[in-house]
Ligand binder design. Structure first.
Ligand code: GLA
Length: 382
C-alpha cells in the first residue's frame, strides 16, 4: 500500500514524466524559420546567408540557435522511396554542416500526410526512411505539419501519427526537437507531450498584424498548466520585423511570447533587418523572462478594458509582470501587489527602459503606448 501511494505521489509530482525526450527543450526553443517572410522563396543560399547573420549579428549568442527550413525544400520521392530536395538545395548534408559550423542547429519540416500544405511530398508511410535521412543530414529539429493528412485522417488519428514519427526519430539516436504543427486542434496540449512533442502549435497561422498577434497570445490564457520544461505551448512563430508592425507592436509581441514561455522563432529577413528590430529580438533581459529555468507560463491576472495584466513567476523568486495594451492611444493601468498575490513591498525594474524604478509598497502603475507594453521585473522584499 505504502509503495503504491509513493508511486501515485511521484506520478502526480511529475506531469511531464511522459514528455518526449526530456533533456531537449528544457527552455522554450529559440531560432529562425523561413516561412513567415519567405514562404516558398527559399534556397541553400538564403539559408546560408541567414546562418551567417545569426552567427554574427548577436542573435545566436542571445539564444537563437535553431535554423529551420520550412515547407518547399522538397523535390520528389524516387522509386526506392528516397525523398530528394528540390534543385534549390543541392546538398542538404553540406548545408547542415555549414549551419553547425556557425554554432547553430539545423531544423527541417515535413508532414504526417501524403503532402505538405504547399503540395510537396510528406512523410506518410516513409517515416522511418525520412527520419534516418534527416538524422544523416544532421537535423536537430523537426516541425511536423498536419496539413495534407487532413484529407485522409481524422483528429482522433493525430496522436497515433505524431507518435509514429516520434518513434522513428528516437530510433535514429539523434536528439531531435519535435515540433507538432496542427493548429491546436483536438486539444493537443493534453496529449502533445505523451506523443513526444517538445512544443505544439495552439493556434491557426499567425500573420504580421497586431490583431493576429494579440489574439493568438491572449488565447494562451488557461493553457498555462500544460507548459513546462521539455514541452511548450506554441502560439506560432514571431512576426517581429515583418509587415508594418511598429516598434511598440514588435515589443508587445516578443514580451507577450516571453511571458508565455513560448518558443521564440524569428521569421523576418535578417539580412535587411534594421538595428531597432535587432534590438527588439535581442533584449537579453526580456529573453531571460522567456528562458527562465522555472519554465512557468504567465497567467492573466486582470483585464481592464483594453489593458491586460499578466504574471509569470521566475526561478530566482521574483516575478515578471506585463501590462499589455490594445488601446489605440496611450493608456494608464495599475494593479495592487495584493491583486498579484505578492508581498506588500517590492523593487521594480522596467525591462524595456532598462531602468530600476525603485521600491513600491502598494501597487504597480504603467502607461503603455498605443498597442504597447510595459514589462516589469518585480522582486519581493521581505
Ligand atoms: C502551415 C503551417 C505554417 C507553415 C505552412 C507551410 O500553414 O501552420 O507554419 O509551415 O504550413 O506550408
Amino acid at each position: 500500500m505504502r509503495i503504491l501511494l509513493a508511486i501515485l505521489f511521484l506520478a502526480l509530482l511529475s506531469p511531464a514524466a511522459s514528455a518526449g525526450d526530456s533533456d531537449l527543450a528544457r527552455t522554450p526553443p529559440m531560432g529562425w524559420n523561413s516561412w513567415n517572410q519567405f514562404n516558398c522563396r527559399i534556397s541553400d543560399k538564403l539559408i546560408r546567408r541567414t546562418a551567417d547573420e545569426m552567427a554574427s549579428n548577436g542573435m545566436r549568442d542571445a539564444g537563437y540557435v535553431y535554423l529551420t527550413i520550412d515547407d518547399c525544400w522538397q523535390g520528389q520521392r524516387d522509386a526506392s522511396g528516397v525523398l530528394h530536395p528540390s534543385d534549390k538545395f543541392p546538398d542538404m548534408k553540406a548545408l547542415g554542416d555549414y549551419i553547425h559550423g556557425k554554432g547553430l542547429k539545423f531544423g527541417i519540416y515535413s508532414s504526417p500526410g501524403p503532402t505538405t500544405c504547399m503540395g510537396r511530398p510528406g512523410s506518410l508511410d516513409h517515416e522511418e526512411q525520412d527520419a534516418k535521412m534527416f538524422a544523416s543530414w544532421g537535423v536537430d529539429y523537426l516541425k511536423y505539419d498536419w496539413c495534407g493528412a487532413r484529407k485522409l485522417y481524422k483528429i482522433e488519428d493525430m496522436p497515433r501519427l505524431y507518435a509514429k514519427m516520434h518513434d522513428a526519430l528516437r530510433r535514429t539516436d539523434r536528439p531531435i526537437v519535435y515540433s507538432l504543427c496542427q493548429y491546436g486542434w483536438g486539444g493537443v496540449w493534453t496529449w502533445g507531450a505523451s506523443v513526444g512533442g517538445n512544443l505544439w502549435r495552439t493556434t491557426e497561422d499567425i500573420s504580421a498584424s497586431f490583431e493576429s498577434i494579440a489574439h493568438r497570445g491572449f488565447a494562451q490564457s488557461g493553457l498555462e498548466q500544460y507548459a513546462g520544461p521539455g514541452h511548450w505551448n506554441d502560439p506560432d512563430m514571431l512576426e517581429v520585423g515583418n509587415g508594418d508592425l511598429t516598434l511598440e507592436e514588435n515589443r508587445f509581441h516578443i514580451s507577450l511570447w516571453s511571458m508565455l514561455a513560448a518558443p521564440l522563432i524569428a521569421g523576418n529577413d535578417l539580412v535587411s533587418m534594421d538595428d531597432e528590430t535587432l534590438g527588439v529580438l535581442t533584449n537579453r533581459e526580456v529573453l531571460a523572462i522567456d528562458q527562465d529555468a522555472l519554465g512557468k507560463q504567465a497567467r492573466r491576472i486582470k483585464q481592464a478594458g483594453p489593458m491586460s495584466i499578466w504574471l509569470k513567476p521566475l526561478a530566482d523568486g521574483s516575478y515578471a509582470v506585463g501590462f499589455f495594451s490594445t488601446s489605440e492611444r496611450e493608456l494608464a493601468g495599475s494593479i495592487t501587489l495584493k491583486e498579484l498575490g505578492l508581498p506588500r513591498k517590492a523593487s521594480v525594474r522596467d525591462l524595456w527602459a532598462k531602468r530600476d524604478l525603485g521600491v513600491v509598497n502598494d501597487k504597480l502603475e504603467a502607461t503603455p503606448s498605443r498597442h504597447g507594453v510595459v514589462l516589469l521585473k518585480v522582486t519581493p522584499l521581505h
